[in-house]
Design a protein around this ligand. Structure first.
Ligand code: MN
Length: 240
């Protein structure tokens, strides 16, 4: 099932792992997946390991129950259900990123909503939903999305949005391609930093819903430009 995927899709998935670390979205934790280009009920993701160290040989194939089907006996991330449950209910989504990108965390725990502050993050829409895991399992969980049921509840909060926050944990970004999901993950972190910087200065004028939509449509036409730069920058790092 892995060998039937377009080799360039696997190359891009490996590059995305490195880019997301290099740009401060992922660290030793977090993961990105892509839907299989020939089997929409399957997705590709790295086995359970640090994203900076992922190579093409580390990519595994999962079904939408969150089971690894190839290579048999390989383990992937505990939180694979974030990916499987979003792919189930969002046929438009081709790539999913789960990160703990740090500047976003405050917006999941305070009631202060993450909103688009500049034209690069119009994809956030008018506001960003927050998933509260206590609504699913009470107050004694480890906050991880470790079951289909929790993944299902998270997907229900994400709905048609590009990004959802997980209270006290991180966020999930989705896209119609690896490149769009990576762009969104990087600019979600970027928007959070800018919003935190602007807040003490005074009342923030956020993008309107129409401005958010117009800027997102514009930026979607230029996803390859930053992708090539992020890829080169990651390749030039000694880490990968
Ligand atoms: Mn996590």
């Amino acid at each position: 099932m892995i060998s039937s995927a377009n080799p360039s899709l696997i190359d891009d998935l490996v590059s995305a792992n490195h880019i997301l670390v290099n740009e401060g979205v992922l660290d030793g934790f977090g993961h990105i997946s892509v839907r299989h280009d020939k089997h929409p009920d399957l997705f590709l993701i790295a086995k359970s390991m640090a994203p900076a160290l992922v190579t093409a040989d580390d990519i595994v194939c999962c079904n939408l129950e969150g089971e690894v089907i190839a290579p048999i006996g390989t383990k992937t991330y505990v939180e694979r259900f974030i990916h499987s449950e979003i792919y189930k209910v969002r046929p438009d989504v081709q790539s999913v990123i789960h990160s703990h990108s740090p500047a976003v965390i405050p917006f999941g725990v305070t009631g202060e909503r993450l909103r688009p502050i500049c034209h690069m993050s119009g994809f956030l829409g008018a506001l960003t939903p927050v998933y509260e895991i206590r609504n699913s399992v009470g107050e004694s969980s480890d906050l991880l999305i470790r079951s289909q049921s929790l993944g299902h509840d998270l997907a229900n909060v994400l709905k048609e949005h590009a990004v959802a926050l997980l209270r006290g944990h991180g966020n999930v970004c989705v896209g119609i391609s690896i490149q769009q999901a990576v762009y969104r993950a990087i600019y979600t972190e970027n928007n959070a930093k800018l919003q935190l910087q602007a807040k003490p200065l005074g009342e923030i004028t956020y993008l309107s819903a129409a401005e958010a939509q117009a800027t997102a449509e514009m930026n979607d036409q230029h996803l390859d430009r930053p992708w090539q730069m992020w890829k080169r920058r990651a390749q030039s790092s000694k880490l990968y």
